[in-house]
Design a protein around this ligand. Structure first.
Ligand code: E4P
Length: 219
């Protein structure tokens, strides 16, 4: 299972890339605005140089022609750019165009299995179902992941990877892994939560204390 970090914050990206556990990055217009970075293109360039895996950069236009123009421009920033397009008719048309020319595409804002099937048919590299936002409105985000994984497994010609997005807590990640989702894009604080267990802290404190008592040294 691949882990992407869902942020446009360069400090978080550098910090988490140093763990060696990061396979990619997803950004979106809201995350870019939150980062406070003044130049989107420079920001994406910097991120793509830090993390060798796919870096999602999202188009801003909503109509087909300007969206395609932006998408072609974003794709040229670096070899590891995945152009992110919304799950709309225009977005899927752009997705088809880009995937046919070998550019990675992440189709975002997916909230139904029907939409995920369309993204796969358009040749998306990734489709991003937003689990947290479905949970927020009283629906079952993880059930959507289960449905999409099941559907895709029946069609070997669908090469689209299920990228679980809008992750809110470690259980979303664990459930996504149990369902066989290919990727989870995870906010930095949730990635850090994945490391944590009180028994790990307690056990380590005990080992450190006992080692000190033993008076021994490794080096
Ligand atoms: C996905 O690519 C999006 O950037 C993201 O996961 C959205 O998450 P949110 O619902 O926490 O904004």
């Amino acid at each position: 299972m691949k882990f992407f970090v869902d942020t446009a914050d360069l400090n978080d990206i550098k910090d988490l890339a140093a763990t060696g556990l990061l396979d990619g990055v997803t950004t979106n217009p809201s995350l870019v605005a939150k980062s406070g970075h003044a130049n989107f293109i420079e920001l994406i360039k910097e991120i793509a140089a830090i993390v060798p895996g796919p870096v999602s950069a999202e188009v801003a236009a909503t109509d087909y022609a300007p969206m395609l123009e932006e998408a072609l421009f974003l794709a040229k920033i670096a070899k590891n750019i995945a152009v992110k397009v919304p799950l709309t008719p225009a977005g899927l048309k752009v997705c088809k165009h880009l995937s046919e020319q070998g550019t990675m595409v992440n189709v975002t804002l997916c909230f139904s299995a029907a939409q995920a099937i369309l993204a796969a048919k358009a040749g998306a590299t990734f489709v991003s179902p937003f689990v947290g936002r479905l949970d927020d409105i009283g629906e079952n985000g993880m059930q959507l992941i289960a449905d999409i994984c099941q559907i895709f497994s029946s069609y070997p010609n669908f090469t689209t990877e299920v990228l679980v997005a809008s992750v809110r807590h470690p259980q979303h990640v664990v459930q996504a892994a149990l369902m066989g989702a290919h990727v989870a894009t995870i906010p930095p604080n949730v990635i850090r939560q994945l490391f944590a267990h009180p028994l790990t802290d307690k056990g380590l404190a005990q080992f450190v204390a006992d080692w000190k008592k033993s008076g021994q040294k490794i080096l």
